[in-house]
Design a binder for this molecule. Structure first.
Ligand code: PMP
Length: 298
C-alpha cells in the first residue's frame, strides 16, 4: 500500500477518500498460477500497462513506475505464500479535498491478493453457464471511457449481474447503446458459427480484455479464424457455441442465453479446445508463451 507491505487488517483509508465518493479510480484483476516452473503471474506487463493507461485516461498520475508496480504484485503473492490466486491492484484519489474536482489530491496505489478459484464455478467451466441479456445498457464509449478499467464503470456491471443472478441466471450479457452485443458484467464474449469465431469490436464499449487477446493467439495457433464485428443478440441465440473470457472467468462456456439453448447446450468442441489451450498456457505447459509468465520468485 503506497510502497509499504501492510497487514490486511491495517490496510485502511479515510472515509473522505475522493474515489469512495465520486468513483474516479482504476483497478486491475490479475491471476497468479501454479505452473510447472513455480508460481507465476500471467501477463503481468500487459495488466500493469493497462492500469497505467486506465489512470492516464482518468487524468490520474500514478506516483510509481511500471516496474515498481510489477515488483509490488510479485511481492504480495510471495509474502502471502500463495501458490495461486487473484491480485487486485487499485489506484485511487486521496482525501485532501472533496468536491468534484480532484485536482491536486494525492494519488494512491495498493495491491491485494487472495486465493480465488473458478469465478463462475468449476461446474460452469465444464458444463457452461446460463446468461441473461441485461435490461441495463453497457456504457456508451463517450460516457465514462470504456477502455479504462474504471471503478465507476462497475456500478453498471454490479446492477446487471445482480439483476441476472436474482433471476436465477449465472451472469448478465450487456448490449451497447445501439442494441449490439457488448460484453458480460466482467467478461468479454465470443461466439462460434460454422467454425469461425466472432467477438464484438471494441466500439461496442467492451473492455480490451487481456484474456480476449490471449484467445486471438490461441485461435491463430489452432488455425481458427477470428472476426471482430458487430454482433446482434439473436446471432448469439443461433450460434453453435458461445463463451465468456476474463482473468477471473478464464474461459467459461455459455450454454444458454435468455433460456434459449446455444448449440448442443453445453461446452462446445471449439470452446473446449480453446479452454484446454488456455489452461496449458497459464499452467506453463506451452513454451511458446513462457514469456507471459512472470515467476514471483524471479
Ligand atoms: N470486460 C469487463 C467489464 C471486465 O471487468 C473484464 C475483467 N477485467 C473483462 C472484460 C475481461 O478482461 P481481462 O481478460 O483483461 O480480465
Amino acid at each position: 500500500m503506497d510502497g509499504q507491505m501492510v497487514d490486511w487488517r491495517d490496510a485502511k483509508i479515510h472515509v473522505l477518500t475522493h474515489t469512495l465518493h465520486y468513483g474516479c479510480g482504476a483497478f486491475e484483476g490479475v491471476r497468479a498460477y501454479e505452473t510447472v516452473g513455480g508460481t507465476a503471474i500471467f501477463r503481468l506487463r500487459e495488466h500493469t500497462e493497462r492500469l497505467f493507461n486506465s489512470a492516464k485516461i482518468l487524468r490520474m498520475k500514478i506516483p510509481f513506475t511500471i516496474e515498481q508496480v510489477e515488483e509490488a504484485q510479485k511481492a504480495v503473492v510471495r509474502d502471502n505464500n500463495l501458490a495461486s490466486g487473484y491480485l487486485r491492484p487499485l489506484t485511487w484519489v486521496g482525501s485532501e479535498k472533496l468536491g468534484v474536482s480532484a485536482k491536486n489530491n494525492t494519488i494512491h496505489l495498493m495491491v491485494a491478493a487472495w486465493p480465488w478459484g473458478a469465478y463462475l464455478g468449476e461446474e460452469g467451466l465444464k458444463r457452461g453457464i446460463r446468461v441473461k441479456t441485461s435490461s441495463y445498457t453497457r456504457h456508451h464509449v463517450n460516457i465514462t471511457m470504456t477502455q479504462a478499467k474504471a471503478v465507476s464503470n462497475y456500478t453498471n456491471s454490479i446492477l446487471a449481474n445482480a439483476e441476472a443472478t436474482d433471476d436465477g441466471y449465472d451472469e448478465a450479457l450487456l448490449l451497447d447503446a445501439s442494441g449490439f452485443v457488448s460484453e458480460g458484467a466482467g467478461e468479454n464474449i465470443f461466439i462460434v458459427k460454422n467454425g469461425v469465431i466472432y467477438t464484438p469490436d471494441l466500439s461496442a464499449g467492451a473492455l480490451n480484455g487481456i484474456t480476449r487477446n490471449t484467445i486471438f493467439h490461441i485461435a491463430k495457433d489452432l488455425g481458427l479464424e477470428i472476426v471482430q464485428k458487430r454482433i446482434t443478440r439473436d446471432e448469439v441465440y443461433i450460434a453453435d457455441e458461445a463463451f465468456f473470457t476474463g482473468t477471473a472467468a478464464e474461459v467459461t462456456p455459455i450454454r444458454e442465453l435468455d433460456r434459449i439453448e446455444i448449440g448442443i447446450g453445453s461446452r462446445g468442441p471449439i470452446t473446449e479446445k480453446i479452454q484446454s489451450a488456455f489452461f496449458d498456457i497459464v499452467g506453463g505447459r506451452n513454451p511458446k508463451y513462457a514469456h507471459w509468465l512472470t515467476p514471483v520468485n524471479g
